[in-house]
Design a protein around this ligand. Sequence first.
Ligand code: AMP
Length: 219
Amino acid sequence: MGLNVIMMGPPGAGKGTQASRFARERSLLKISTGDILRDAVKEMNPIAVSAKTKMDRGELVDDDTMVAIVRHRLTQPDALCGFVLDGFPRTVFQARALDVIMEDRRNGPLVIIDVSVPEDELVRRLASRRICSNCGTGADPFGRSTTCKKCGGKLVQRVDDDQAVVLERLKVYQHVTKPVLEYYRLRPTFRTVNGAQAPEVVARELDAMIEEAAKASIA
Ligand code: AMP
């Protein structure tokens, strides 16, 4: 039986870090729509042209493009045993489309995790977040290193972590993505974790929650 997880939460909540770790430990495919778009931009893929302008402004890329990307990715063989989604769905339209995709898959429960962090803490975290300009790996936000631990590339601030863009992204999250939590809230597999805690504490609580929610859904 597969396991499918959606990691929800505002920008800076740590959902990407937790999604990567959980997927690695459970040998599940992690799908980050932000990473897919950033790779497409690097490769000058046609979908990237209009997406880049929106991403740089902190706006959302259109629903049809995002649903097509995720639908295509979920039909690849490495997605058959389950997935951890990071950054999707971000609108109620996308959540509805994912439900339709899941109906066809029938491979295990869909657990939805909301990583919750107060807004002032998010602004603080995003201002100091750095990623590798070469491989895209995130770095310890409060670390002193200027190079990537993985490949030695230069650590830089993401264009969309600039303060004005951060405020726009948080606004978009409040108005457009938060309603997705309401769309899922009454499901028996919806859980909230306090993302303001230390990453290892969040990880421990999250693992227990996902396990319990997945079991509850098949009991
Ligand atoms: P992220 O790395 O998840 O913060 O995503 C970076 C940017 O990519 C977002 O600010 C959006 O512009 C775009 N993006 C990523 N995922 C989605 C999505 N599911 N729907 C619309 N836009 C997205």
